[in-house]
Design a protein around this ligand. Structure first.
Ligand code: ATP
Ligand code: MG
Length: 237
């Protein structure tokens, strides 16, 4: 493990009545400890997962639009509202790593196309010439080398078929010994990674939750096991 925890520093200048401090999970957040090499952020849409992940990326020196330290390309997502208020505690500190954000992946691919050396790290083939899912796995396989690093992934499942989500679990397993992962996800497959910490953003303050207690697990399981009755209930007038 490298990143052991974080702390939100509030000063007199902190506007607690504005975004991001109005988000319940952020408003009540003071300190958060990371206890596993793989930590998931889980919670409803809008619960603050991306806001926190982006702030961590900002403090890691990663491009907050997605990328690593060497990817200082321009997009419209350069600022992180929470980043300046965040303090990270490292033991030991790592600078290698990557912030992957599903929404801005396209911009990232465009940027890499402009860097001849950049492509070598991605299998020598433009990410635009690969499907969304292929490009993601290409990224995982070529960029996530066997080195000490921290990877911040925001909904990586957005690009991946269920089979490739399993492939991603395998990639994480292969790298877990040297790398730390923080992953915001809605995927009941990814959340099933063994011995990961799952942090629930739907309660205040943010707290650890068991896999089987997440809404994602409960609803998916109910749907798969009793699809007809769930749909009947849902479509009732
Ligand atoms: N730049 C911004 N200015 C004001 N409000 C914002 C901004 N970015 C996000 N928000 C709001 O902050 C809240 C948390 O957003 P965030 O993107 O962190 O949620 P999330 O947990 O990642 O959700 P999802 O699962 O849908 O990705 C939302 O209500 C969102 O509308
Ligand atoms: Mg999000």
């Amino acid at each position: 493990m490298y990143l052991r925890g974080l702390e939100i520093m509030r000063t007199d200048e902190t506007d607690t009545k504005a975004y991001p401090f109005t988000i319940p999970a952020i408003r009540t957040l003071e300190k958060l400890a990371f206890r596993s090499n793989v930590t998931f952020f889980v919670g409803e849409n809008g619960s603050g997962k991306s806001t926190l992940l982006e702030a961590i990326a900002y403090q890691c020196g990663f491009n907050t639009a997605g990328g690593g330290r060497n990817n200082a390309y321009e997009t419209d997502a350069a600022d992180s509202a929470l980043g300046a208020s965040l303090r990270l505690s490292w033991m030991p500190k790592v600078t290698n790593g990557f912030f992957l954000r599903a929404e801005t992946f396209y911009h990232f691919a465009s940027h890499l196309d402009t860097m001849p050396d950049g492509l070598l790290a991605y299998g020598g083939r433009s990410l635009h010439a690969q499907s969304h899912g292929e490009a993601f796995l290409s990224l995982f396989q070529h960029r996530f080398g066997n080195r000490k690093a921290i990877y911040l992934l925001d909904e990586p499942e957005a690009a991946l078929s269920p089979a490739r989500q399993l492939a991603l679990l395998r990639v994480i397993k292969d790298l877990e010994g040297v790398a730390q992962f923080l992953i915001a996800t809605h995927s009941p497959i990814l959340l099933g990674y063994p011995d990961a910490d799952i942090l629930n953003f739907d309660v205040q303050p943010i707290a650890k939750i068991r896999y089987e207690e997440t809404m994602h697990y409960i609803l998916t399981r109910r749907f798969l096991e009793r699809r007809e009755s769930v749909l009947a209930e849902l479509f009732e007038e």
